[in-house]
Design a protein around this ligand. Structure first.
Ligand code: SF4
Length: 491
């Protein structure tokens, strides 16, 4: 059996980092972890190939080689998904589809032969058994959540690693919180399920053995969902693993209560984490109550962010406007918060209601759902009718992103961050691409583009005041190049 695993193309989004990746000659942020995990569960006798359309072009010949195409995607990849399905149908190649997009809205996709939904550890074996008997069904789904301690090592050998900036791995699935707009709990449950330290170390060993020395992203929705296993098993194992290794900085996503646990922050930094994405959402208590973001309430959020930064964790933040409780003052409040907290990588979006969330149900009941969700958090669109005047909301939103990504405001924020950030004393490996990126940043940001004056100010300010953090200042300048390109197309 020849199986082609296809990962559809992402549009040009905030998280694609596409314009920044060009500086280091990479094509995509990270590899399709779901597909290479599924690949590891397929019969050994099958022949497998992977085409990630974000790093190379899919061709007729690729598809003609395949007996089946396995597709996995997120909502934001929908346009490319539809094109691939049609292409397969035209060539008569069978399509098997799974992953978050199809699990949430498989009914919208004709042309797929078999849907293998929810978590593949349960549904894939059912499909394979039926296939062997010669009568696969159209739909495989489950309400259960598998034990991921049995999940096999992903098939790294299928990946063209040099095309990516980071490799993603996964320690846990599920989140104990219950934010109203988030579909993680409906997809993966409330009780975080974890892999064992042995599994994680085996995954890291495999990656390291391939020569990988760049970033590694733990794609958990909330890395600290199960603190007991994390502190007792995983982080001590990671600290041990790191000894004598070079490169491979870790990053992940976590809830803000990480800032309340100095021991956990310290262990994470010692283990090699230097970057964490946190859903801040809003500085407005009323809106936090509205969306049930309990962990963010009744705290000084700026101080929490700074505690993380002082511990050695750079914070990337997610922000939302368009809650029913938001008044027009929210736009300036968000800008002030982002500037004061020194969150350089600030992703701001309009409130959206993904399928499967409590917010979606609420909006449906109130007759406030208007269109399909785009899946792009920062394109200025929403699938709900806001309480605030829509035009006012859109203009206010655009005002935020145009302000926070304008060179002066952005570079000021970088300074706020660099003053606070206390990076760990780890060995940094500078690769040839980074040296090239440095000279490219001078060319594009220091010579060609507007904002040159601010670039050079930050350049010399960080070089003389914080030489150890100077590479970070250059990295952020390159991020700005990407954020400005993406935000120019929003709205
Ligand atoms: S903390 Fe994050 S992953 Fe957990 S429910 Fe809230 S938004 Fe979702």
């Amino acid at each position: 059996m020849n199986v082609l695993m296809v990962y559809p193309e992402f549009p040009d989004t905030f998280w694609s980092f596409r314009h920044a990746l060009r500086f280091i000659h990479k094509r995509a942020s990270s590899q399709p972890l779901g597909l290479i995990t599924i690949a590891a569960m397929l019969p050994e006798s099958w022949h497998l190939r992977l085409v990630d359309m974000n790093v190379r072009t899919l061709t007729d010949n690729d598809l003609k080689w395949a007996d089946m195409v396995f597709l996995s995607a997120m909502v934001v990849q929908k346009k490319s998904v539809l094109e691939v399905i049609k292409w397969c149908n035209d060539l008569g190649v069978k399509v098997v589809a799974g992953g978050p997009l199809f699990t949430q809205e498989y009914q919208h996709f004709t042309g797929v032969d078999t849907f293998v939904l929810n978590e593949g550890e349960i549904t894939l074996p059912q499909f394979l058994a039926d296939l062997e008997q010669g009568h696969p069904q159209h739909l495989y789904t489950t309400q259960e959540f598998p034990d991921i301690k049995k999940t096999p090592l992903p098939r790294w050998d299928l990946v063209e690693m040099n095309q990516y900036d980071s490799m993603s791995i996964q320690f846990s699935r599920g989140c104990p919180f219950n934010c109203e707009f988030c579909n993680i709990t409906s997809l993966l449950g409330h009780v975080p399920r974890t892999k064992s330290a042995v599994q994680i170390i085996a995954e890291l060993d495999t990656l390291y053995a391939t020569g990988w020395r760049r970033n590694i992203f733990f794609v958990d929705d909330n890395f600290i969902g199960n603190k007991k296993v994390l502190k007792g098993e995983i982080l001590p194992a990671l600290i041990e693993w790191r000894k004598g290794k070079v490169g491979c900085a870790f990053s992940t996503e976590a809830s803000i209560n990480l800032a309340d646990d100095p021991n956990l922050m310290q262990l994470m930094v010692k283990a090699g984490f230097n970057n964490v994405f946190v859903g801040i959402e809003t500085p407005d208590e009323g809106s936090l109550t509205e969306c049930n973001k309990t962990q963010n309430k009744n705290r000084d959020l700026v101080e929490s962010v700074k505690r993380l930064q002082r511990a050695g964790l750079q914070v990337m933040g997610g922000f939302i406007v368009g809650f029913d409780s938001d008044s027009p003052s929210i736009f300036q409040k968000q800008i002030d918060f982002i500037q004061n907290s020194g969150i350089v990588t600030a992703m701001v979006g309009l409130l959206q209601a993904p399928i499967g969330t409590r917010l979606y149900e609420k909006m449906a009941k109130e007759g406030r759902l208007v269109e399909d969700i785009s899946g792009d958090n920062t394109d200025g669109t929403t699938n709900i009718v806001p309480k605030m005047d829509k035009n006012l909301l859109e203009q206010g939103y655009l005002g935020i992103i145009r302000t926070i990504y304008s060179p002066k405001v952005f570079y000021d924020r970088v300074k706020v961050f660099l003053k606070e950030f206390n990076p760990a004393n780890t060995t940094v490996t500078i690769q040839f691409q980074e040296i090239l990126a440095f000279f490219k940043s001078i060319w594009y940001l220091g010579i060609l583009m507007d904002g040159r004056k601010e670039y050079w100010k930050l350049f010399f300010w960080s070089l003389f005041r914080y030489p150890k953090k100077f590479p970070l200042a250059i990295t952020f300048s390159i991020y700005l190049f990407h954020f400005r390109k993406v935000s120019a197309s929003a709205g």
